[in-house]
Design a protein around this ligand. Sequence first.
Ligand SMILES: [Zn+2]
Length: 230
Amino acid sequence: MYFKVFNYIYFYNHVKKPTPVLSSFLLIFLVIKIHKHLVSIVSGDLMSYKGHNKKTDNLSENNIKLLALLSLLTRPAKDSGDKEIWLKDVALFSLVYRGIISNIFDYDYSSRLVIWKGFYRFMNISQECLSDLDFLIKKGLVEKLRIATKTHWFIIAYRITEKGIKLLENYPTVVQEMQEFLKCKKHGEIMKLELENNAPYLRCSRGCKEEITVLETEDVSYNSEPFSTW
Ligand SMILES: [Zn+2]
């Protein structure tokens, strides 16, 4: 590239014999042109990369992060003797809530009634996350399990599929970001989620413990007035 530019100036000088001032202007002009050219190549590459993913995967940033989170906590069985790992919905919602308040997920949330350890509790759940899970299920990237318990409650759990694992090979940085999200900041190890009676906790093997405040629902102020149809 530089070689070509140099030749061009030389050629111009040779034919028209411009003044040194004009040569300098030409050089500046060419440098600006080259800079613009390089910038367009770099940004063009990035755009086509993003465009490619959008076209083939049709997944949002939240979708990929959600899938990456499931890839770290669940897994399908490799053969008939292998163990599958599923994640309970309330456990997933706890982590997603932690992700929302840490600006990892761009979701809203609202208070919903769930069964937590056999009792009704209000929990901050994202409707957008639920829609994204349905979308990932439709795409065959996630599977949903519904089990009836002896006491007639239903347990819902989620797990990544082989197709989901394969797709994440295109997004190693997102997987890494979600690994960091689950790591204990002090010891750098991935923390384990435990659902206790009062709240979910993330624990590391060296004693760190972090409460996820997903069951602390916010009070919404409202006014009520008697209503009559008359
Ligand atoms: Zn720790």
